[in-house]
Each structure stands twice: as C-alpha cells, then as structure tokens.
Design a protein. Structure first.
Length: 87
C-alpha cells in the first residue's frame, strides 16, 4: 500500500498553488484575515524547507488588491544553493 500512496501523492507545487488560490478567494470575498495569511506563510515555508534551507526571518509577503486581479507575492531568501555558472 505504501507504494500506491507514493505514486498517488501530489507534488508540492499543485498543493501550494491550491492554497494560494484559496487565500486569494478569501481576500476577494472580504473574509480573509492576518491569521490566514500567517498560516499560509508557515505552510508554504514548510513545503519549501523540505527541499532547501530557508531562514523564516528572511521571508516577506506582499499582497496587492486590484480590481480585476489581486496578487500575493512571496519573497524568500534561499541559502545554501550553488551559484549559477556563467556560460
């Protein structure tokens, strides 16, 4: 059964995208609050921290509410990645 669970498991990118869409839907309806944003921040950091080293103090979240579109911008400083080599 564990093999089936592994094969049926969703990757982290679609899960994070779904969570962001839920957050934006709450914000658009006016029911969103700071607690929801903080919870989402922690969940997104947990997903990213599975793959790379992240300092939670170096994460910034910016939300812009627009008429047709609202955006959520996450700025995360990732440490420990090798620098890109110039070709």
């Amino acid at each position: 059964m564990k093999i089936l669970d592994f094969l049926m498991r969703r990757s982290s990118a679609p899960v994070a995208r779904d969570r962001l869409q839920i957050l934006l839907a709450h914000e658009r309806s006016g029911t969103g609050n700071a607690e929801l944003i903080n919870q989402l921040r922690e969940e997104v950091l947990a997903v990213i921290a599975k793959h790379v080293s992240v300092d939670p103090e170096k994460v910034q979240i910016k939300m812009d509410r627009g008429s047709p579109i609202s955006t959520l911008e996450l700025e995360i400083e990732i440490s420990g990645l090798p620098s890109a080599k110039a070709a």
